[in-house]
Ligand binder design. Structure first.
Ligand SMILES: [Zn+2]
Ligand SMILES: [Zn+2]
Length: 295
């Protein structure tokens, strides 16, 4: 992999139209000026519509609205990149150290120059930044920007979710199972979105679970309840068929920590998720949180 812009294999392939972010959900679109009229993510059943109409900001405006941060997480070798104040869905970008370099999973809503400089510094010392992937569109953040700036050789999203990826270029559409790096494997769960995929770090026992799970935290950050949905905002549950698929995939993965696009939560285990899904399968579809002590 090279960080030399002169050798960018995607030069000329990436759209060079300006980028606009929806102020309601943060979804980025490349669009001819003066920008799009609607946001497909907000228009989708899984999100809320903006109460007072659609508004979009340019990349320059986004850069003025937020400051960036990065910090170590509870998991050794996993660094969180994020922005403040809240922008869009307020996702975090996880940067995972592996034996074959850094892997990015999910992305922050925007990357400031400082964040990009830190990523380049990390990449130089840790074998490059070769792979960038995301669970589904709610975790994309400014993925397009990282592809443009860091030029990972692989940009990977579940093939059934390609319709959401127009702001960047997927170089490796994933099927059901794809090894992204040693001990780091992407598994399609479907459910929340058809191509929704989770990333299992078998060495660290972490499931980067996308929105397959919603974790309720108490004010001091302790997990208290778990739920699973098709649509969190509208409280639409997963179907039983989707839950069975989810159980088959996630039940076979060994983990003791989960990382959603928003937080890392130590202490959520394979058993918790298996018990949650079995309980949901035992009754009518239900999106309500289940207390962790009952799982
Ligand atoms: Zn939106
Ligand atoms: Zn989602």
């Amino acid at each position: 992999m090279s960080l030399d812009p002169n050798t960018n294999p995607y030069r000329g392939l990436l759209p060079d139209l300006p980028a606009y972010a929806c102020t309601n959900c943060g979804h980025w679109q490349r669009w001819p000026a003066p920008g799009p009229l609607t946001c497909p993510v907000c228009a989708d059943v899984r999100n809320a519509l903006p109460e007072h109409g659609f508004e979009f900001v340019t990349d320059k405006q986004a850069d003025e609205l937020v400051t960036g941060f990065w910090r170590p997480t509870a998991v050794d070798g996993v660094t969180e990149f994020g922005t403040e104040p809240r922008f869009g869905l307020d996702s975090s970008g996880w940067v995972i150290e592996t034996d074959s370099g850094l892997v990015g999973f999910e992305c922050a809503p925007w990357y400031t120059a400082d964040m990009l400089a830190e990523l380049r510094r990390m990449a130089a010392g840790k074998g490059g930044f070769g792979v960038l992937a995301a669970s589904h569109v709610h975790g994309y953040g400014a993925l397009w920007q990282l592809q443009q700036e860091l030029e990972p050789r692989v940009v990977c999203v579940g093939v059934e979710d390609l319709e959401w990826t127009k702001a960047f270029r997927v170089t490796w559409p994933a099927d059901d199972v794809l090894v992204l790096a040693p001990d780091l494997t992407l598994h399609r769960t479907g459910g929340h979105f058809p191509g929704h995929s989770v990333l299992h770090d078998s060495r660290r026992g972490v499931l980067f679970c996308g929105d397959s799970l919603k974790v309720d935290l108490d004010p001091d950050g302790t997990p208290v309840a778990l739920s699973a949905h098709k649509a969190f905002h509208a409280q639409i549950p997963l179907s039983h068929g989707e839950l069975r698929q989810y159980l088959a995939v996630v039940g076979a993965l060994d983990f003791g920590t989960v990382a959603t696009p928003f937080e890392i939560v130590p202490g959520i285990t394979t058993d918790h998720v298996v018990h949650l899904v079995r309980r949901l399968l035992a009754g009518p579809p239900d999106a309500a949180p289940v207390p962790l002590e009952e799982l």
